[in-house]
Design a protein around this ligand. Structure first.
Ligand code: SF4
Ligand code: SF4
Length: 466
């Protein structure tokens, strides 16, 4: 049997790639095949460099077969790479449906069978589009996850209404994985789910078969996590943020993972790249990775780190470009090798090298959007973090005058270019509403003020002819 005809397993049913193509319609296999350089690299079985990957997609034959892990409650095979739909490509602020459909089709054709959406992603459009995009495939051939938007649950009636609405939007009769979205505090959990009977309602839906597995995604502290795992509820799975920055950093995802493993609850992983930050690391970190495995991209390292833990069921990634999807399929393919001890040490050193920089822990999820005062919160942080990562932060104390001037100019010009003037950090009035929804639980206002002060100091230097 040729590689292309290898069976894709899903839902206890098996379909071949040929059958999958039939459902998909034409066109996907021929997608984005790259130019002569890539062809010759593929023929010579060479690895594509990270630089090349940013501009080109891979030849079909270089994309390997997906690997699967078994859901330990239901015994079903789930692809190690899960398709996260929070970051569909967009055009004019809306989902770019053509490009997104190509990505969904390609993922499905290459064995990805777990698709994760949520009520609030893309301002409500993600569920609608995901339902539409998957409609052409047999319902039993993929696993669909969505989430009850915790902060919209005001009473039992609202929970019922939201759940029905989600089924309608996704055009399905049941959800395979259903999550209480972004639990952060015990009081919030009790108020939104326990006291009003919403959790009992969801459990009844599970008994009725409209939810197959019930779990939650988590963004709170260890105390809250411990409470949720020991409150007497039977969680089928839990979704946590896990990546090597958080593992070796203050978020302690190592502790969350250990607690789940001890309880025998499998975890689904979000933010393996920490909002994209681990796909492009600072020069010091990049150097450490390159020395250890010259051909591997930073993203490969980040995915391999997470996948090395056996209690991980699937790893979600929001992939806006075909080459990222292809790279991730390859990394988590049946050729996947867990990090060895030496590589774990490299990753720890890289995490320390990154964590020692004063980065803003924003993952650009945009849950805080829109700010009532028009601040482009994730845009301000994205620009700042990029400049830190790329070493363009001006520092008068450690740099020569000419270097300082060059970096100062670069920083200020790119800030104005990437963040509209009326959306910059100085427009924050500190109302705090963004902090109530931010899953990363950091002081957004303090960070905006810090950046604004920094920008001001650079402008002040300008007037002093530095
Ligand atoms: S605290 Fe600032 S950034 Fe956050 S919502 Fe209020 S004005 Fe916007
Ligand atoms: S500040 Fe928080 S809510 Fe806003 S984009 Fe960043 S991580 Fe998301």
């Amino acid at each position: 049997m040729s590689d292309k005809e290898k069976k894709l397993e899903s839902g206890g049913k098996e379909i071949t790639r040929r059958q999958a193509l039939k459902y998909m319609g034409a066109g996907v296999v021929g997608l984005g095949l790259a130019g002569s350089l890539l062809s010759s690299c593929a023929k010579r079985q060479q690895k594509i460099s990270p630089e090349e990957l940013t501009t080109a997609t891979l030849e079909e034959d270089t994309v390997a077969a997906m690997s699967y892990r078994t859901d330990n409650v239901y015994g079903e095979k789930i692809s190690l790479l899960g398709f996260g739909t929070m970051r569909y490509p967009t055009v004019n602020g809306k989902i770019d449906e053509e490009k997104s459909q190509e990505l969904v089709d390609y993922a499905y054709q290459h064995g990805v069978n777990y698709f994760d959406t949520a009520y609030l992603y893309h301002n409500g459009d993600s569920e609608l589009f995901t339902g539409k995009a998957l409609k052409k495939y047999p319902r039993e051939s993929f696993y669909l996850a969505t989430k009850m938007p915790t902060w919209l649950v005001t009473d039992l009636a609202s929970a019922k209404h939201l759940f029905e609405d989600q089924l309608r939007k996704c055009q399905v009769e049941y959800f395979d994985y259903y999550l209480l979205h972004s639990l952060r505090q015990i009081s919030e959990y009790k108020k939104c789910y326990v006291d009003n009977g919403a959790l009992e309602y969801l459990k009844a839906e599970k008994a009725a078969g409209r939810i197959k597995r019930l779990g939650f995604s988590f963004h709170g502290d260890l105390e809250g996590f411990e409470y949720l795992l020991n409150c007497g509820e039977q969680w089928d799975f839990v979704q946590i943020q896990m990546n090597y920055l958080d593992w070796y950093g203050p978020l302690q995802s190592d502790r969350l993972y250990a607690m789940l493993e001890e309880k025998g609850i499998q975890c689904i992983i979000m933010e393996p790249l920490r909002g994209g930050r681990l796909a492009k690391v600072n020069p010091v970190a990049a150097d450490l990775l390159k020395k250890a495995r010259p051909g591997d991209t930073p993203a490969e390292w980040a995915f391999r780190f997470v996948a090395s833990y056996p209690n991980v069921l699937t790893i979600l990634s929001g992939m806006t470009e075909m080459q990222y999807l292809q790279e991730n399929i390859n990394t988590l393919s049946e050729n996947f090798k867990p990090l060895d001890e030496k590589e774990h040490k490299v990753v720890e050193a890289v995490a320390n090298a990154i964590n020692s920089y004063n980065l803003v822990p924003c993952t650009e999820c945009d849950y805080c959007d829109p700010c009532p005062y028009g601040v482009d919160i994730s845009g301000v942080f994205r620009h700042y973090n990029r400049c830190v990562n790329e070493g363009i932060i001006p520092d008068k104390m450690s740099q020569s005058q000419s270097e300082f001037r060059r970096k100062r100019r670069e920083y200020l010009i790119s800030y104005d270019k990437e963040v509209a003037k009326e959306a910059q950090a100085n427009h924050c009035i500190g109302c705090g509403s963004c902090m109530q929804v931010c899953p990363q639980r950091f002081d957004i206002v303090a960070n905006l003020r810090r950046i604004d002060k920094f920008v001001d100091s650079l402008k002040f230097h300008n007037t002093q002819n530095v």
